[in-house]
Write a protein that binds this ligand. Structure first.
Ligand SMILES: [Zn+2]
Length: 171
């Protein structure tokens, strides 16, 4: 019912909330599916269906445990004030006007994780390049290149080249 990061580690949705801290995680003809109350995950046998009328607000939630700021459900259209996070919605399933804002909050929450995925990918590539570089140095040394030659090719001093790669070069 929600949004997911590429690695599947974060899954967000606009969750209906109840006075006792219960959080909706799905919908069916039976009503709002509740699988957790506050921080507590309910056992499967304890899962509940509650009437839409009992929904008192919404919050952007993520499977990792992160929660956005809450919206309060108001009962009269005139009481709606989105800037103050008061929402009038006869239909608790698709509250009007806050879906995009909820998604934006969640995108902001996952932004560092998405960049960290890039960091992890690049680190992996970096290590791979490092291995290939060490191999090439070993081959150059075996073919007769001096540490001065290796340093010059790698853009560093003879001394730095020797310190970095002496363990991969037998000579
Ligand atoms: Zn998350």
């Amino acid at each position: 019912m929600g949004w997911q990061t590429d690695d599947g580690k974060h899954e967000g949705w606009l969750a209906p909330t109840f006075t006792d801290g219960a959080l909706g995680s799905g919908w069916s003809h039976q009503g709002v599916l509740v699988t957790r109350i506050g921080e507590r995950e309910l056992e499967y046998e304890q899962w509940q269906h509650r009437p839409e009328a009992e929904v008192t607000g919404w919050v952007t939630a993520c499977e990792c445990g992160w929660r956005g700021l809450p919206w309060t459900r108001v009962t009269a259209p005139d009481d709606q004030d989105l800037a103050a996070r008061r929402v009038y919605s006869p239909d608790a399933d698709e509250p009007q006007g806050i879906h995009d804002a909820g998604h934006a909050e969640w995108k902001e929450h996952v932004s560092p994780y998405e960049i960290l995925t890039e960091v992890a990918d690049l680190s992996h590539e970096h290590a791979e390049v490092g291995r290939r570089l060490a191999e090439a140095v070993a081959r150059a040394r075996a073919a007769g290149a001096s540490w001065t030659d290796v340093g010059s090719a790698a853009g560093m001093t003879r001394q730095s080249a020797h310190e970095r790669w002496r363990s991969v070069s037998s000579a």
